[in-house]
Design a protein around this ligand. Structure first.
Ligand code: GRF
Length: 181
Protein backbone atom coordinates (compact mmCIF):
# COMPACT_ATOMS: atom_id res chain seq x y z
CA UNK A 1 0.00 0.00 0.00
CA UNK A 2 1.37 3.39 -0.99
CA UNK A 3 1.20 5.77 1.97
CA UNK A 4 1.50 9.56 2.29
CA UNK A 5 2.01 11.28 5.64
CA UNK A 6 0.77 14.85 6.13
CA UNK A 7 2.43 17.05 8.77
CA UNK A 8 2.73 20.70 9.79
CA UNK A 9 5.27 20.65 12.61
CA UNK A 10 7.98 18.73 14.37
CA UNK A 11 7.27 15.45 12.58
CA UNK A 12 8.27 12.98 15.27
CA UNK A 13 5.33 10.72 14.38
CA UNK A 14 6.30 10.95 10.71
CA UNK A 15 9.83 9.86 11.53
CA UNK A 16 8.68 6.99 13.74
CA UNK A 17 6.37 5.74 10.97
CA UNK A 18 9.06 6.15 8.31
CA UNK A 19 11.65 4.22 10.32
CA UNK A 20 9.23 1.42 11.15
CA UNK A 21 8.33 1.09 7.46
CA UNK A 22 11.96 1.07 6.43
CA UNK A 23 12.52 -1.74 8.90
CA UNK A 24 9.37 -3.85 8.48
CA UNK A 25 8.34 -2.94 4.92
CA UNK A 26 4.61 -3.16 5.67
CA UNK A 27 3.87 -0.28 3.25
CA UNK A 28 5.60 2.15 0.91
CA UNK A 29 5.94 5.61 2.43
CA UNK A 30 6.12 7.53 -0.83
CA UNK A 31 5.73 11.18 0.13
CA UNK A 32 5.45 13.70 2.97
CA UNK A 33 3.01 16.57 2.36
CA UNK A 34 3.29 19.77 4.43
CA UNK A 35 1.21 22.92 4.43
CA UNK A 36 4.15 25.06 5.59
CA UNK A 37 7.88 25.02 6.22
CA UNK A 38 8.43 22.82 9.25
CA UNK A 39 10.93 20.48 10.86
CA UNK A 40 9.20 17.39 9.42
CA UNK A 41 10.70 18.40 6.05
CA UNK A 42 14.23 18.14 7.46
CA UNK A 43 13.43 14.70 8.74
CA UNK A 44 12.13 13.65 5.30
CA UNK A 45 15.33 14.86 3.69
CA UNK A 46 17.47 12.90 6.13
CA UNK A 47 15.33 9.79 5.56
CA UNK A 48 15.44 10.14 1.77
CA UNK A 49 11.66 10.52 1.44
CA UNK A 50 10.27 12.99 -1.13
CA UNK A 51 8.43 15.93 0.42
CA UNK A 52 6.29 18.82 -0.73
CA UNK A 53 5.16 22.10 0.81
CA UNK A 54 1.99 23.38 -0.76
CA UNK A 55 0.69 26.89 -0.56
CA UNK A 56 -2.47 26.91 1.51
CA UNK A 57 -3.14 30.63 1.20
CA UNK A 58 -5.56 29.81 -1.62
CA UNK A 59 -9.13 28.50 -1.29
CA UNK A 60 -9.26 25.10 0.40
CA UNK A 61 -10.59 23.47 -2.76
CA UNK A 62 -7.74 24.78 -4.90
CA UNK A 63 -5.17 23.89 -2.26
CA UNK A 64 -6.51 20.36 -2.06
CA UNK A 65 -6.50 20.04 -5.84
CA UNK A 66 -2.77 20.83 -5.71
CA UNK A 67 -2.34 18.23 -2.97
CA UNK A 68 -4.26 15.68 -5.04
CA UNK A 69 -1.92 16.23 -8.00
CA UNK A 70 1.05 15.30 -5.80
CA UNK A 71 -0.80 12.29 -4.42
CA UNK A 72 -1.76 11.13 -7.91
CA UNK A 73 1.81 11.53 -9.11
CA UNK A 74 3.02 9.23 -6.32
CA UNK A 75 0.09 6.81 -6.65
CA UNK A 76 -0.89 7.36 -3.02
CA UNK A 77 -3.55 4.94 -1.73
CA UNK A 78 -3.71 5.85 1.96
CA UNK A 79 -3.05 8.99 4.05
CA UNK A 80 -1.87 9.25 7.66
CA UNK A 81 -2.18 12.70 9.24
CA UNK A 82 0.50 13.30 11.87
CA UNK A 83 0.30 16.75 13.37
CA UNK A 84 -1.30 18.17 10.22
CA UNK A 85 -3.01 21.38 11.35
CA UNK A 86 -5.68 21.63 8.67
CA UNK A 87 -9.25 20.53 8.23
CA UNK A 88 -9.57 18.00 5.42
CA UNK A 89 -12.05 19.24 2.82
CA UNK A 90 -14.36 17.44 0.43
CA UNK A 91 -11.81 17.21 -2.41
CA UNK A 92 -9.56 14.93 -0.38
CA UNK A 93 -12.36 13.24 1.53
CA UNK A 94 -14.10 12.23 -1.69
CA UNK A 95 -10.89 11.00 -3.29
CA UNK A 96 -9.75 9.04 -0.21
CA UNK A 97 -13.02 7.99 1.37
CA UNK A 98 -12.27 5.80 4.41
CA UNK A 99 -8.54 5.92 3.69
CA UNK A 100 -7.43 8.90 5.80
CA UNK A 101 -6.51 8.44 9.45
CA UNK A 102 -5.40 10.89 12.12
CA UNK A 103 -3.73 10.75 15.52
CA UNK A 104 -5.09 13.04 18.22
CA UNK A 105 -3.63 13.58 21.70
CA UNK A 106 -6.78 13.00 23.75
CA UNK A 107 -9.26 10.31 24.58
CA UNK A 108 -11.86 11.39 22.03
CA UNK A 109 -14.62 12.48 22.16
CA UNK A 110 -12.98 14.49 24.96
CA UNK A 111 -10.93 17.52 23.91
CA UNK A 112 -11.51 17.73 20.19
CA UNK A 113 -9.52 20.41 18.37
CA UNK A 114 -6.47 22.36 19.47
CA UNK A 115 -4.41 22.09 22.67
CA UNK A 116 -6.03 18.83 23.67
CA UNK A 117 -3.22 17.64 25.91
CA UNK A 118 -2.87 21.04 27.57
CA UNK A 119 -6.58 21.03 28.39
CA UNK A 120 -6.45 17.53 29.89
CA UNK A 121 -3.43 18.63 31.92
CA UNK A 122 -5.13 21.82 33.14
CA UNK A 123 -8.16 19.77 34.18
CA UNK A 124 -5.86 17.38 36.06
CA UNK A 125 -7.42 14.37 34.34
CA UNK A 126 -6.14 11.21 35.97
CA UNK A 127 -6.07 9.29 32.66
CA UNK A 128 -4.48 11.02 29.68
CA UNK A 129 -4.54 9.39 26.29
CA UNK A 130 -4.46 9.34 22.54
CA UNK A 131 -6.83 8.32 19.76
CA UNK A 132 -6.34 7.13 16.21
CA UNK A 133 -9.42 7.68 14.09
CA UNK A 134 -10.69 7.85 10.55
CA UNK A 135 -11.07 11.36 9.23
CA UNK A 136 -14.46 12.75 8.30
CA UNK A 137 -15.58 16.31 7.63
CA UNK A 138 -15.73 17.29 11.31
CA UNK A 139 -12.85 18.17 13.61
CA UNK A 140 -11.66 14.95 15.29
CA UNK A 141 -15.13 13.41 14.92
CA UNK A 142 -14.42 10.39 12.67
CA UNK A 143 -14.84 6.74 13.65
CA UNK A 144 -12.41 5.72 16.38
CA UNK A 145 -9.98 2.95 15.47
CA UNK A 146 -8.08 2.66 18.73
CA UNK A 147 -7.19 4.50 21.93
CA UNK A 148 -4.58 4.15 24.65
CA UNK A 149 -3.99 6.01 27.88
CA UNK A 150 -1.45 6.54 30.61
CA UNK A 151 -1.90 7.54 34.24
CA UNK A 152 -1.25 11.16 34.99
CA UNK A 153 1.22 11.08 37.87
CA UNK A 154 1.04 14.80 38.47
CA UNK A 155 4.25 15.42 36.56
CA UNK A 156 5.04 18.52 34.48
CA UNK A 157 3.33 19.13 31.14
CA UNK A 158 6.68 18.62 29.39
CA UNK A 159 7.13 15.19 30.95
CA UNK A 160 3.57 14.26 30.10
CA UNK A 161 4.12 15.38 26.50
CA UNK A 162 7.17 13.17 26.29
CA UNK A 163 5.25 10.13 27.51
CA UNK A 164 2.31 10.88 25.22
CA UNK A 165 4.59 11.21 22.21
CA UNK A 166 6.27 7.90 22.96
CA UNK A 167 2.84 6.29 23.24
CA UNK A 168 1.72 7.92 19.97
CA UNK A 169 4.70 6.58 18.05
CA UNK A 170 4.11 3.05 19.31
CA UNK A 171 0.35 3.03 18.72
CA UNK A 172 0.46 4.75 15.33
CA UNK A 173 3.00 2.23 14.01
CA UNK A 174 1.03 -0.73 15.37
CA UNK A 175 -2.25 0.59 13.94
CA UNK A 176 -0.84 1.41 10.51
CA UNK A 177 0.76 -2.02 10.33
CA UNK A 178 -2.65 -3.57 10.94
CA UNK A 179 -4.43 -1.33 8.44
CA UNK A 180 -1.88 -1.39 5.63
CA UNK A 181 -0.54 -4.94 5.58
C1 GRF B 1 0.91 14.88 18.08
O1 GRF B 1 0.77 15.07 19.45
C2 GRF B 1 -0.40 14.49 17.45
O2 GRF B 1 -1.22 13.80 18.31
C3 GRF B 1 -1.01 15.83 17.13
O3 GRF B 1 0.06 16.65 16.77
C4 GRF B 1 1.26 16.18 17.38
C5 GRF B 1 2.28 16.00 16.31
O4 GRF B 1 3.55 15.73 16.81
N1 GRF B 1 -2.02 15.67 16.12
P1 GRF B 1 4.76 15.44 15.82
O5 GRF B 1 4.80 16.61 14.83
O6 GRF B 1 4.49 14.14 15.11
O7 GRF B 1 5.99 15.40 16.64
Amino acid sequence: MRLAVFASGNGSNFQAIAESIQMDKYADLVVLVCDKQCYALERAKALGIPSFVLDKSKKREEYEQDVTKVLDFYGVEFIALAGYMNIIGSTLLDAYDGRIVNIHPSLLPKYRGLDALERAYENKDSEIGITIHYVDKGIDTGKIITQESIRNNGESLEKLEERIHALEHKLYIKTLKGLLK
